[in-house]
Design a protein around this ligand. Structure first.
Ligand SMILES: Cc1cc2nc3c(=O)[nH]c(=O)nc-3n(C[C@H](O)[C@H](O)[C@H](O)COP(=O)(O)OP(=O)(O)OC[C@H]3O[C@@H](n4cnc5c(N)ncnc54)[C@H](O)[C@@H]3O)c2cc1C
Length: 356
């Protein structure tokens, strides 16, 4: 506001030095001065509001970030950290918590297209280690992404080639899926992420519900977002992850293992690099391990943390072929019927959601 006050003062000084009203009555002079100052103050305030608001990430306009860290995992996979040119006041990790699965759009300015990417609550240190952001921390709005580039792909390849410091434009956040949320529920502890003992989780107010999560390739980012973020998902998650090789996860693999060791997820992995570990060659065993859908009873008072996984919802996230095998094809604007593995086990459109 300092400059706004200065603007008003300059206007009054200018009026007096040009002697606008030396031969007018004091009343008229005062009216002129007051209305001129008010107009400038209004304009200045409007300018301040527009300028200030456009630095905050929004779905309505693009906000500028620069590439602050890059971490090449292998030829096709990388982590990239984007830091806003102006620090963000809103802490999206707190605002979205685990009830909203969200992404942002990155613009490729030469071909004027946007692609969605899923931020992770991480920061990459100078020695290239990956740290999870703590409660209340938003690292000034820095966002970290795990991205795969495709030989024929436009935007991921372009992002991978950009040098450190390059400015890119982002828009968002876009909520892709939302779980029911009780606003007065207590947060779930996640001290284990920093090597500490978790506090007991039996102090929930409401009974948590369990889900299944089928992820293919980079589809794992959505699961990582909801399990690593502030106030992570409270129920149990049965994860079926398919990828070519676990090494393509780079430092994210250690986080996945931590989540498994601390019983946040029940993880089954299929690596396609070896025929005997692939999703397809293990289809029969996989089918046997997938539980049927359980009824969702809505909000109920907390009873106990059940040791058995009783999923009320299945999410499927990955390349089109993967989604098709697990739950039938997804169409541009509709989910399509539930077919594939989940369809054959009695899951349906009421309890399966395909994330494109
Ligand atoms: C909500 C949402 C969140 C997303 N989050 C992430 C994320 O965090 N990380 C990430 O890496 N991607 C993510 N994606 C995918 C991302 O938006 C792009 O689609 C992806 O980066 C490919 O874009 P491109 O411009 O590089 O390739 P395009 O130019 O769109 O594709 C060109 C060619 O690349 C190949 N190709 C592209 N995508 C695939 C694919 N999925 N499987 C196989 N071949 C493919 C095909 O040959 C295709 O013809 C997300 C998508 C959505 C909708």
């Amino acid at each position: 506001m300092k400059w706004l006050t200065a603007g008003v003062r300059r206007a009054s000084t200018k009026a007096s030095t040009h002697g606008i009203s030396t031969n007018k009555t004091p009343l008229i002079r005062n009216i002129l001065l007051a209305s001129g100052s008010a107009a400038i103050a209004t304009l200045s305030w409007k300018y301040y509001q527009i300028n200030d608001s456009q630095t905050e990430l929004s779905r309505e306009y693009f906000t500028k970030y620069h590439i602050s860290k890059k971490y090449a995992i292998d030829q096709n996979h990388f982590l990239v950290q984007l830091t806003p040119l102006k620090p963000q006041r809103v802490n999206l990790w707190k605002e979205m918590n685990s009830s909203k699965l969200w992404s942002v759009e990155v613009m490729q300015p030469q071909i004027m297209v946007v692609r969605n990417y899923t931020p992770l609550p991480l920061k990459i240190d100078d020695n290239n280690s990956v740290e999870v952001l703590r409660d209340g921390e938003n690292a000034d709005g820095t966002l970290t992404f795990y991205i795969k580039q495709y030989t024929q792909g436009e935007v991921a390849r372009w992002i991978n080639r950009l040098p450190l410091g390059h400015v890119v434009e982002l828009r968002g956040p876009f909520v892709e899926y939302e779980f029911p949320e009780n606003v007065d529920e207590v947060k779930r502890d996640r001290s284990f992420l920093w090597g500490n003992q978790d506090n007991a989780n039996s102090n929930f107010k409401y009974q948590p519900f369990d889900i299944l999560f089928f992820t293919g390739g980079t589809g794992i980012v959505t699961l990582l977002q909801m399990t690593l973020t502030e106030s992570p998902f409270r129920g149990k998650i049965g994860v079926y992850h398919s990828c070519r090789s676990l090494s393509e996860l780079g430092p994210l693999h250690a986080l996945l293992t931590k989540l498994e060791d601390n019983k946040r997820i029940e993880l089954r992995i299929n690596e396609s690099k070896e025929k005997y570990t692939s999703f397809r060659s293990n289809a029969t065993a996989l089918l046997k391990s997938i539980p049927p859908p359980y009824p969702y009873n809505g909000t109920e008072p907390f009873k106990t943390v059940n040791s058995k996984l009783e999923p009320v919802q299945a999410l499927v996230c990955g390349p089109d072929g993967f989604i098709s095998t697990v739950s039938g094809p997804i169409y541009d604007t509709t989910q399509g019927p539930i077919k594939g593995i989940l369809g054959s086990l009695g899951w349906n459109n009421a309890n399966v959601y395909k994330l494109s």
